[in-house]
Design a binder for this molecule. Structure first.
Ligand SMILES: Nc1ncnc2c1ncn2[C@@H]1O[C@H](COP(=O)(O)OP(=O)(O)OP(=O)(O)O)[C@@H](O)[C@H]1O
Ligand SMILES: [Mg+2]
Length: 264
């Protein structure tokens, strides 16, 4: 489903600011895999997401989606294969547009041009139906401007939009981090539901260790541009936070840099 081969990315090469953000990463996701990604600040997690979605191109290496080499393909052209939700609730939606306009935009991403005409009555009903699954009452606010929604409401909408067209890959980059605990839990549960419903192949970055353990069937830990630990389906169920921290110290010989990780 997703294959990363020898992905290498250096920022500011040849300058004093040189940074190896990704150091020859290899990773394979099978259909329906849900992989949680943890690691300290600057480990390369978001850069990895950017490589998959095509926001950035690797210096070396290949990205394959459904067996197709997408490395040279632009972000725009890859968009129908990939759904993405960011940490910032403001990032995934257009604030000056209404809920139904945002949904129409997401919906048309995967459709031919002839189908892109505005919001028809039939489509409105469909939007209401899917919004109702969020249990936030958004189905009654189709014409409300998205900029007026709360962070949690916007993240729920972003998640819905990202998965509308049943993408091959779903990328979640700390998408619950900016929310209060109750909203974060709501979005976490929604994520679980949507991923299961469509059997989406998912990569989820989180600083919340418990969330990383609770969700998904696999887990990877990144540090300094490398995947330093891979936990498979058979091991994940019995893994604890203490073991994860112990593994990190064992591998790196240093305490995990991220205090945020310990808070959760
Ligand atoms: N566009 C860029 N230009 C220069 N350096 C960058 C760029 N993007 C990322 N970096 C650097 O690459 C490294 C990896 O960054 P990345 O954003 O992938 O980390 P991360 O694991 O997502 O961290 P966090 O948990 O803080 O979000 C960092 O040292 C960062 O400063
Ligand atoms: Mg990041």
């Amino acid at each position: 489903m997703l294959e990363l081969k020898q992905i290498h990315k250096v920022f500011n090469e040849g300058t004093p600011d040189e940074k190896i953000a990704l150091d020859r990463i290899n990773l394979t996701l099978n259909e329906g895999d849900f992989v949680t990604v943890i690691g300290s600040n600057g480990a390369g997690k978001s850069t990895l997401m950017n490589m998959i979605s095509g926001v950035m191109t690797p210096d070396v290496g290949t990205v394959l989606i459904d067996g197709q080499n997408v490395t040279p393909i632009s972000e725009y052209k890859r968009a129908k294969l990939i759904g993405r939700v960011f940490q910032d609730p403001m990032a995934g939606t257009a604030p000056s547009m209404t809920i139904e306009e945002n949904l129409a935009m997401a919906y048309s991403r995967n459709k031919s041009r002839s189908l892109r005409k505005g919001v028809t009555k039939k489509r409105k009903e469909y939007f209401q139906e899917v919004l109702a699954t969020l249990h936030l009452g958004l189905e009654n606010r189709l014409t409300a401007k998205v900029g007026l929604l709360s962070g949690g409401e916007r993240q729920a909408l972003s998640l819905l939009m990202a998965t509308f067209t049943e993408p091959s890959i779903l990328l979640l980059d700390e998408h619950t981090a900016a929310l209060d605990p109750a909203r974060a839990e709501l979005i976490t549960n929604l994520t679980k539901e949507i991923v299961e419903k469509f059997n989406l192949t998912t990569l989820m970055v989180t600083h919340n260790m418990q969330q990383a353990l609770d969700l998904g069937n696999r887990l990877i830990m990144m540090d300094k541009g490398q995947i330093i630990l891979e936990v498979d389906e058979n091991q994940k169920g019995s893994l604890t936070i203490e073991q994860l921290l112990y593994e990190f110290q064992r591998i790196r010989g240093a305490k995990m840099a991220s205090d945020r990780a310990l808070l959760s």
